[in-house]
Design a protein around this ligand. Structure first.
Ligand code: SF4
Length: 492
């Protein structure tokens, strides 16, 4: 993707029935999931008490001495970990550190630890309700709201299952959760629509149980037998591993996972490798827009997630792929420590264009999705300057017309280039000859299922509170009002 759009989190939980130290396995899993969150990380282990470490930035930047120290400090046979990009709460650096997950909340002598991927749409009313009970919520992230709902449910009803049922009933949004109770049970559950992925796995010798946002984070630890946790399903690992189906919802997995977020070597609910889906998305674009696709001289993918789709486009058209846009490998975008001017400088230095390969060419520019279009606009500007004759943009994801309230960092209408604009208007803004979006039908056929969340491309949300915020926000946006900050935090 040319725009910098971030997922909010990756989670992992590991329990060793052999009593092995799980900290190295959690580290490797978090490293594998670092694409899902780059602002902060944390590990909590349990050995009759909780042991916590947290940090800001990338797990990949942790030095080996520090990690070795953690292996000793946190040593335990049960633990959870988290990488985060903040799509709720404050992005102040100190707050980001405080909100780093996993988090532990306590009430009336009980504690619960959670690491979670998602976003709560009704966070404002739920937070108010908890605070009216006299509970002071220390963090700004919605993870605290979810954790307190769970803990209060456990307290009221006396067990974890009832606590999770309460969360499934009250919380509107996306939540894939892994956690540990103060009794040492590891648990994991997914919201009733399974909007975020969550995988359960077990090692060949059945001595290690793992939970992770993507199966690759388990595979790197040798946990190859795995399956998706069902929407509304709770898994509890104590002496044995048990599964409880607490809600029977139809899955609505985030469609964006297939286009952009998940690693190409992951398998999500449809059982296919993500790269296979992306390849098929490219093929379908070439077929759907046959005439334009045949007109171009070269195929140029926006690095890095559009490369599989570009290959599919190439198989279908026979046109050559030219990797003339090269992304700077070590230039990282850390929005929370940069000014606007620094961010713009990063965008203008992030890509190098091979000028002498561009002159006189008709280009099919393949991008996985178009959210704000800022970076794409910059790339087009440079390609034009280098003498491109025609530029046709192909987006593997359908046109994004509505915000996400489920944990992807596109939280308002006005930031979306696709909101209230047709393709011609978008092409004009980008400075290209045509913009060709994947149709929703082709997208679902490429994935192999309609059981997807497609709210950002249809405006129809799988949960009622998110729908309410979207409908109100759309009315305001169409009337020309601009909401400051995230709609979901305004929406209560
Ligand atoms: S609204 Fe879009 S980005 Fe958000 S969960 Fe649904 S499909 Fe994913």
């Amino acid at each position: 993707m040319s725009d910098e759009i971030f997922e909010d989190c990756g989670v992992v939980g590991i329990k060793s029935y052999k009593g092995e130290n799980v900290v190295p396995a959690i580290y490797w899993a978090l490293l594998t999931l670092n694409h899902r969150g780059q602002q902060s990380y944390g590990i909590v282990t349990y050995d009759k008490k909780f042991n916590v470490v947290k940090g800001l930035g990338l797990i990949a930047d942790l030095d080996i001495e520090r990690m070795s120290g953690w292996c000793v400090k946190l040593r335990a046979s049960l633990g959870v970990g988290h990488v985060r990009y903040a799509t709720s709460g404050s992005i102040d650096k100190r707050k980001l550190f405080e909100d780093a997950q996993p988090i532990i909340v306590a009430h009336e002598g009980r504690k619960v630890c959670i690491a979670y991927n998602g976003n709560i749409a009704n966070v404002v009313p739920l937070r108010r309700e908890i605070e009216e009970m006299g509970i002071e919520i220390n963090g700004t992230s919605d993870a605290y709201v979810l954790a307190y709902e769970l803990l209060l449910g456990i307290e009221d009803e006396g067990d974890l299952i009832e606590g999770v049922k309460r969360v499934l009933e009250k919380v509107d949004g996306a939540f894939s959760v892994v956690g540990i109770t103060s009794e040492g049970e590891m648990f994991a559950f997914r919201d009733p629509h399974g909007i975020k992925p969550l995988i359960f796995g077990i090692s060949e010798d059945e001595e290690t149980v793992g939970i992770a946002s993507e199966n690759v984070a388990l595979a790197v630890n040798g946990i190859l037998k795995n399956r998706s946790i069902a929407p509304g399903e709770l898994i509890v690992a104590e002496e044995d591993v048990n599964s409880y189906q607490l809600h029977n919802g139809t899955e609505a997995l985030c469609a964006f996972e297939y286009a952009y977020f998940a690693r190409p070597d992951s398998k999500l609910s449809n059982g296919k490798y993500v790269y296979e889906v992306r390849r098929e998305l490219g093929r379908r674009l070439a077929r759907r827009y046959h005439e334009v696709a045949q007109r171009v001289d070269i195929i140029v993918p926006v690095p890095q997630t559009a490369e599989d789709a570009a290959y599919g486009f190439h198989i279908e058209t026979g046109k050559p792929i030219e990797p003339i846009i090269v992304r700077h490998r070590y230039l990282r975008h850390r929005a929370f420590i940069m000014t606007k001017r620094e961010r713009e400088a990063i965008v203008s230095h992030k890509y190098n264009i091979l000028y002498d390969k561009v002159r006189g060419k008709r280009i099919a520019l393949i991008d996985d999705s178009i959210v704000r279009g800022d970076t794409l606009k910059y790339i087009v500007h440079v390609l034009r300057r280098a003498g491109a004759k025609e530029i046709h943009v192909f987006s593997t994801f359908p046109k994004i017309i509505s915000p996400c309230f489920y944990g992807i960092d596109m939280a308002t209408f006005h930031e979306l280039i696709g909101f209230n604009r047709d393709e011609e208007e978008i092409a004009k803004i980008l400075g290209v000859d045509s913009v060709n979006y994947q149709t929703i039908r082709d997208f679902c056929e490429a994935v192999g299922t309609n059981n997807l969340c497609l709210a950002c491309v249809t405006g129809r949300y799988p949960t009622p509170y998110a729908q309410k915020i979207a409908d109100e926000g759309r009315k305001l946006a169409l009337s020309g009002s601009r909401i400051r900050g995230r709609l979901v935090e305004w929406g209560g």
